[in-house]
Structure formats: structure tokens, C-alpha cells
Design a protein around this ligand. Structure first.
Ligand code: URA
Length: 232
């Protein structure tokens, strides 16, 4: 189902468990049920039609929610996509950026790729440009690099580069590379070392960057970029 562009793997599991899937007329709620080419699969009583798989990178602006719907009616990243595109494909974001974070966000209807890139076992490099409150020091940098205890679990080793200090405004600009995607990870790591995040932008995800894009713009990934993401 995920490979057919229905939704992400996690969402597909929810759809199956909710009893919305029929195989040859029977509701199937067992995850991992094997089907063949001859089986007729219905999702919400509609035939499962394999969608062409599409892949985009969006320069997410701040003030947009990374979700496909919101009870509070806030602006969604999908609002930035052309209506035609959304009509044709069931596109969803791969992973998440906070409402106040800008930068690289991958979007696709390929549940398999999304699953591969967001599994916690996968160490995909995500690079963030971080404006910190305060003038960071070497001791704090070492702590970020070695790992920070968040919810009782250490973060994995990170790379840190100090880019510049703004002594007038008492802030620092660093580039932080992490290989995990825990909830509000960068903000919590920086908070933990005493340098709260003032501004956060993701400049790369698995090597895909923002080159050629302005805030709010998106572009289709090139075949070689998709290949690289699948190889990670
Ligand atoms: N880490 C965060 O704290 N926020 C994001 O949006 C991404 C990574």
C-alpha cells in the first residue's frame, strides 16, 4: 500500500488496523498479510491503484505545520504545493520540521522511501544552521558533539562547526549535523547546554539541500538524487 502511494507505512498500518482494507472482498486487519498480483485490494472500498511515485524538496518557511491536516486550522506545508499536484498524488512530508523551523523538507507519495529515511536505525545526516542565544564556548561544543541525555537516552555523536559570533546581539551561529530525528532534538540539545535556539534552519537532509530555492518554493528531485536517498 505504501509503495502504491496510499500513505506512509505507519499511516498504512493504521488504515489496515482500522479495518478499511479488503482483500478479495474480506476485511483484513493483519499487518504483513501477503498479497499477489491477482488479489483485489480495496481501501475504503476503492481499488488500490498504483500511483506514479513523485519526490520533491520544499524550502519550508517558518509558520507552517508539517502535517497533512490540523485541528487548529494552521497553515500546512501542503498548502505550498500546487493544487493540481495534490489532486493527482497523495503527497506527504518525510519526517517533520517544527512550526518555527525553516529549511529542507522532503515530500513524496512513496511510503517505502519515507519509512527507510525515518527509521531510527538509519543514520541519515541532517544539517542544521542554528542561531544560538549566547556566545558558545568549546566546552559546550564538546558536549553537543559527544551527546546529550534527552529523555534518559544519549543523542548520537554530532558534528559541530562554529560559523560566527555576533557579540553585539550576544548570539552565535553554528552548523550542527545530527543523524537522528528525535522530537525537537536540536532545540532540546542546545537548551541542555545552556544556549537556547533563536532560529533554526535545516540546510540539508541526506545530501539534498536548498540550492536554487527561495523560501516557500519547491522542486522535483532529480533521478540521481532519488537514487542516492534510496542508497542511504
Ligand atoms: N530539531 C528541532 O529541534 N526542530 C526541528 O524542526 C528539527 C530538528
Amino acid at each position: 500500500m505504501a509503495a502504491s502511494g496510499v500513505a506512509s507505512r505507519r499511516k498504512c498500518e493504521e488504515i489496515i488496523l482500522a479495518g478499511r482494507v479488503k482483500v478479495n472482498g474480506e476485511v483484513v486487519k493483519t499487518l504483513g498479510t501477503k498479497v499477489g498480483k491477482k488479489d483485489i485490494i480495496l481501501v475504503d472500498d476503492k481499488p488500490l491503484v498504483k500511483e506514479e511515485l513523485v519526490y520533491y524538496v520544499l524550502y519550508k518557511p517558518t509558520g507552517y505545520l508539517t502535517a497533512v491536516s490540523d485541528k487548529l486550522n494552521r497553515r500546512l506545508v501542503l498548502d505550498l504545493l500546487a493544487n493540481d499536484l495534490k489532486k493527482q498524488y497523495r503527497i506527504f512530508p518525510i519526517g517533520r520540521l517544527d512550526y518555527d523551523t525553516s529549511g529542507v523538507l522532503l515530500l513524496t507519495n512513496d511510503g517505502n522511501l519515507s519509512y527507510r529515511l525515518t527509521r531510527s536505525a538509519k543514520e541519515i545526516e541532517k544539517v542544521y544552521q542554528v542561531r544560538l542565544d549566547g556566545i558558545i564556548n568549546q566546552e559546550a561544543v564538546m558536549k553537543l558533539m559527544k551527546g546529550i541525555l534527552l529523555d534518559g537516552i544519549m543523542t548520537k555523536r554530532a558534528k559541530v562547526e562554529i560559523n560566527s559570533f555576533d557579540r553585539k546581539n550576544n548570539s552565535s551561529l553554528i552548523t550542527l549535523t545530527i543523524t537522528e530525528g528525535r522530537n525537537r532534538q536540536v532545540r532540546r540539545m542546545c537548551e541542555a547546554i545552556g544556549f537556547p535556539v533563536k532560529k533554526l534552519k535545516r540546510i540539508s537532509f541526506g545530501g539534498v539541500n536548498l540550492d536554487g530555492l527561495s523560501v516557500g518554493e519547491y522542486r522535483a528531485l532529480k533521478p540521481h538524487e532519488i537514487k542516492v536517498l534510496y542508497s542511504l
